[in-house]
Design a protein around this ligand. Structure first.
Ligand SMILES: Cc1cc2nc3c(=O)[nH]c(=O)nc-3n(C[C@H](O)[C@H](O)[C@H](O)COP(=O)(O)OP(=O)(O)OC[C@H]3O[C@@H](n4cnc5c(N)ncnc54)[C@H](O)[C@@H]3O)c2cc1C
Ligand code: SF4
Length: 551
């Protein structure tokens, strides 16, 4: 058996579908700002924009009303949101300076934390690395944060469009002039069926891409405008469950080591979400080497470990979900996150600090900066690249760039495996990132060869451990099973590659049938791992995918 090179089987980005030189149609909805994605980045941007208009008017400035739209692919706000989450509240403080912490959408303050190194049967407590200190932060559900931010945005006059996935950017010259949504009501062959609704065009002076991890439009815009970065972006896949438990967890827990092989980067978390719920998850870098590695299955095994099992026994799985995380850090940031009529925020830009597993406050802060740049550009009547460059200057002068610069090589050092990486990361922490500070070059995840290995057998018990079919049910996914497949499979996908995809996808979308790949596209929960390593993901009918409530 030879090794598998994922890149060889991956189709190119469908640029002809993602970037359209059409003008917005005559029926287009006219907006000043169209924000793609109602996550923390997009909603913070919308709220800050409307705050700026209100503030300017209160100060006597003659500022026109701004029409702000937020387009979201989930059927309802928060249903596609998934995080850990321990939240640094600093961006909330900036956006809602008058609200005390107990009125913010958090579950509880972090009062204690422990880090463990796991072997199969044991958990050895290790000192908490400085990057993982969470004092002053709060545990939360991102779904709840997003619903709460959405209510505030709506109260401030922002137009929210849940169930409207954006399929394409509408461009003219080098500028972005709006977006086009997906059609809905297509039948399996892609032809209009019962309840067909054609795509909607939204014309906008500024289009804000807040589409989260592995954003398709961001990838397309960067390829079209040739916007590179020192390193390619790399990703991890996180699989997470929320459990009802019989006794409260008294601390935030992080682990390293088992069940991951030593040549894979990642770790687990268990967070208290109030007296009767916990979040438990496992995050694994998608540059792993073993083609049979299966993050969903590893999480199932992990729950049986003596550290976790006592908490979950007699409890109940409430919800399951999965999502990727951009892990490339400072050296993977696009050289610019602005252009003519466009701004890129949050995970779409790569604003995640991996050593602390934090992205929410960076996403929100980038939304606040984008709003400020867009507001000044719109009031000056110039939304070209020169005017919107103010956004990048704000990011570069802020804690977003400073934090990512400080930890710039910590994740990249783990390309050499857990132990060498651990030593290097320790040295970097001790020296504030100065030692070993030159760029460590990495390849994209799909360029890492995978060794086909026999998959370990594992039978879920249906009580503590669950199959992928049960897991997808617990994500609330009720996608119409007659829509066309949104997954573009590449070439030469034989039996071994089909097995690799089947292990990679946490939602059981891919199966090997004989020597062929079978695709159960409606199962997809939009984690985007496939787009990193396998068949391309594209936006599908609005409201498809998971219906998370607690993630
Ligand atoms: C397992 C895991 C654990 C994490 N733990 C933490 C943590 O403890 N603390 C922390 O601070 N951060 C954590 N993060 C990171 C954090 O969740 C992200 O950095 C943050 O959610 C990014 O916000 P965002 O608004 O940029 O993107 P998202 O939250 O991903 O929101 C993007 C939105 O855009 C929508 N969208 C995407 N494409 C389209 C389209 N074409 N059309 C319309 N809508 C679209 C999506 O449905 C989504 O609602 C974690 C992430 C994961 C996966
Ligand atoms: S098919 Fe969907 S659920 Fe499966 S890996 Fe890809 S994006 Fe994730």
């Amino acid at each position: 058996m030879g090794s598998i090179l994922p890149l060889r089987h991956q189709p190119a980005l469908p640029l002809d579908r993602l970037i359209l030189t059409d003008r917005p149609g005559p029926e287009a909805i006219e907006m000043d700002v169209a924000i793609v994605g109602a996550g923390p980045a997009g909603l913070a941007c919308a709220i800050e924009l409307s705050r700026l208009v209100t503030g300017a008017r209160a100060a006597g400035r003659s500022v026109p009303e701004l029409n702000i739209a937020v387009l979201e692919k989930a059927g309802s706000l928060g249903e596609h949101s998934l995080s850990g989450a321990v939240v640094n509240p600093r961006a909330f403080r900036e956006l809602f300076p008058d609200l005390p912490p107990d009125q913010l959408p958090f579950r509880q303050p972090v009062t204690a934390e422990s880090v463990f190194f796991l072997s199969e049967q044991q958990a050895r407590r290790i000192p908490t690395p400085p990057t993982m200190h969470n004092a002053g932060f709060y545990t939360a559900s991102l779904c709840e944060i997003v619903r709460w931010l959405g209510e505030r945005a709506e109260q401030q006059g922002v137009n929210l469009f849940p169930g409207f996935p954006v399929a394409s950017l509408l461009v003219e010259g080098d500028g972005v002039r709006g977006v086009r949504t997906t059609a809905s009501g297509l039948d399996r062959s892609g032809a209009p069926g019962a309840g067909y609704q054609e795509p909607t065009d939204v014309a906008a002076k500024v289009t804000v891409l807040a589409e989260g991890t592995r954003g398709m439009l961001t990838q397309a815009w960067r390829e079209w405008q040739k916007v590179s970065a020192p390193n390619p972006q790399i990703f991890a896949l996180g699989v997470k469950e929320v459990w009802e438990v019989k006794r409260p967890l008294d601390r935030v827990i992080h682990t390293l080591g088992w069940p991951l092989p030593a040549d894979a980067f990642g770790g687990s978390f268990m967070y208290p979400l109030g007296p009767a719920q916990v979040a438990i998850g496992l995050v694994v870098g998608l540059d792993y080497h073993d083609a049979s590695l299966d993050v969903h299955q590893l999480l199932q095994r992990m729950k049986l470990h003596p550290l976790f099992r006592p908490w979950l026994t007699a409890g109940q799985l409430l919800e399951w979900g999965a999502k990727t995380i951009p892990e490339g850090g400072f050296y993977a940031l696009p050289e610019r996150r602005h252009g003519d009529g466009i701004l890129i925020l949050g995970d779409a830009a790569g604003f995640v600090d991996v050593p602390s597993l934090k992205g929410i406050h960076y996403a929100m802060q980038s939304g606040i900066f984008a709003a400020r740049a867009a507001f000044e550009a719109l009031t000056a009547g110039d939304t070209g690249a020169g005017a919107l460059a103010a956004y990048d200057r704000m990011v570069e002068g802020s804690f977003i760039a400073a934090d990512l610069h400080r930890t710039r090589n910590m994740r990249l050092a783990f390309k050499d495996g857990l132990y060498v990486g651990g030593v290097k990361a320790g040295l970097m922490t001790l020296t504030g990132g100065r030692l070993l500070g030159g760029k460590i070059a990495v390849d994209e995840d799909a360029a890492a060869p995978r060794a086909p290995r026999p998959a370990p057998s594992f039978t879920p018990d249906g009580t503590l451990t669950f199959s992928k079919v049960d897991a997808v049910f617990k994500s609330g996914n009720a996608t119409r099973d007659t829509i066309p497949s949104h997954l573009m499979v590449g070439r030469d996908v034989g039996a071994e590659v089909a097995d690799f995809y089947a292990h990679m996808c946490p939602a059981g979308v891919y199966e090997r049938a004989g020597d062929e790949l079978k695709v159960n596209a409606p199962n997809c929960v939009d984690c985007k791992a496939t787009d990193v390593l396998g068949p391309r993901w594209t936006p599908r009918e609005g409201g498809s995918g998971p219906k998370y409530r607690l993630m």
